[in-house]
Design a protein around this ligand. Structure first.
Ligand code: SF4
Length: 383
């Protein structure tokens, strides 16, 4: 990648005009990533474009302060950029630079993860499951991304209720039944959920730590689609209510079962979508600079120029064996540092399903890959 730099820094109208003239003279209309620098040297904004020159020139056309581009360029005194082989490469590089540099204007105008929701399992004592818009804590576990935060939140409430897990927003000290200092406070109800048996009450000695952890394990297994205990329990209760002719209660339980089933369907689709994002993707590049991306479970694990010689081909096959050889447990859990990349890939293949024609399936995963377009299109249509 070639880097070009514009100097000297510009701040007022004359200097902006000079910077614009330099962009016009110097920048090429090809994919790339650009950075806007403040006078202090701070990178205030990172962007990407399929046509870098056209994009950069557009910053100088907007009226200040109404136009977003005009506001950004007025903060910048210096622009530099890297050309990339393709738009896909530009997207990846932009995401990585934003993650590394955290430019303040990108953070202020952040848009990528607003459409998505994640289920977060917090760390610490008596972890809880909540719906969040994106990662806020590196050590927490995240499951997602999902469309429709409201629907996911409703279904998650049923899961918490079915397993007796806490969902209190205010973090309070937990007092398990096997902790010695609990006796004075054990009779004080934690909240209404404890009173109506929707929470085990880890805050008021309603359960031991191991009892709570066992329920949390069931929740994790449900989210990984490996256990149906919460659904089975509700279904049994529903049938029992029906047999006792308690139809109102049976109907309420049926609604709960449906909401949990919805969550299960969302997770199955998600797991399927994540597993399906596993293939070798070759992207044609500018002037023949084609690249190969080894993608596994929604993350680029290796990238290199497309092979031209027998040696290159052998090296690529070795990389393929390294990336796809080791077994990985299927799960809908996504490590925090991989979320942005998975969102980017989901969005890319959702927007351009025809790009799936360029993927080479990894032999033992070919069945999943065949369905990738369907899974990703469904996700994209719901966005
Ligand atoms: S009973 Fe205690 S731990 Fe459970 S939700 Fe209420 S306040 Fe939270």
């Amino acid at each position: 990648m070639k880097r070009r730099t514009l100097l000297p820094p510009c701040t007022d109208d004359d200097e902006l005009a000079r910077m614009r003239a330099a962009v016009k003279a110097d920048a090429q209309d090809r994919p790339g990533v650009y950075r806007m620098h403040a006078r202090s040297g701070e990178v205030v904004y990172v962007g990407k474009s399929k046509r870098l020159r056209t994009r950069l020139l557009s910053y100088f056309r907007g009226s200040y302060p109404e136009d977003k581009g005009a506001r950004i360029i007025r903060e910048a005194v210096h622009i530099d950029w890297d050309y990339t082989p393709s738009e896909f490469a530009a997207l990846l590089l932009e995401m990585r630079q934003i993650k590394r540099l955290r430019p303040r204007l990108n953070v202020a105008m952040k848009r990528d993860d607003r459409h998505f929701a994640f289920i977060k399992i917090s760390r610490g004592t008596a972890p809880k499951l909540t719906v969040v818009r994106g990662p806020t804590e590196d050590s927490a576990a995240y499951y997602g991304p999902f469309q429709g935060a409201q629907r996911v939140a409703e279904s998650l409430r049923e899961l918490n209720d079915a397993l007796g897990l806490r969902d209190c927003t205010v973090d309070r000290r937990m007092h398990f039944s096997d902790q010695s200092e609990l006796f004075q406070i054990a009779r004080t109800p934690g909240c209404i959920r404890f009173e109506i048996h929707k929470c085990l009450g880890p805050c008021v000695g309603g359960c031991s730590e191991s009892q709570y952890d066992q329920r949390l394990g069931l929740a994790r297994a449900f989210l990984d689609c490996t256990d149906d205990t919460p659904l089975d329990t509700l279904r049994r209760e529903m049938e029992a209510s029906s047999e006792r002719l308690e139809f109102e209660r049976a109907a309420a339980l049926r609604d709960k079962v449906q909401r949990l089933e919805e969550l299960r369907v969302q997770f199955l689709r998600l797991r399927f979508g994540v597993e399906s994002l596993t293939f070798v993707y070759t992207v044609p590049g500018h002037e023949g600079d084609d690249r190969v991306y080894l993608i596994r479970r929604g993350r680029v694990r290796d990238e290199r120029p497309a092979p031209r010689t027998p040696n290159d081909k052998r090296a690529l096959e070795r990389a393929i064996a390294d990336v796809y050889g080791p077994a990985e447990r299927p799960t809908t859990r996504v490590p925090t540092h991989e979320i942005d990349e998975m969102l980017l890939l989901t969005s890319w293949f959702g927007r351009f399903p025809e790009e799936m024609e360029r993927v080479r399936q990894v032999p033992h995963l070919s069945v999943l890959s065949r369905y990738a377009t369907v899974a990703l299109s469904a996700t994209s249509q719901e966005a």
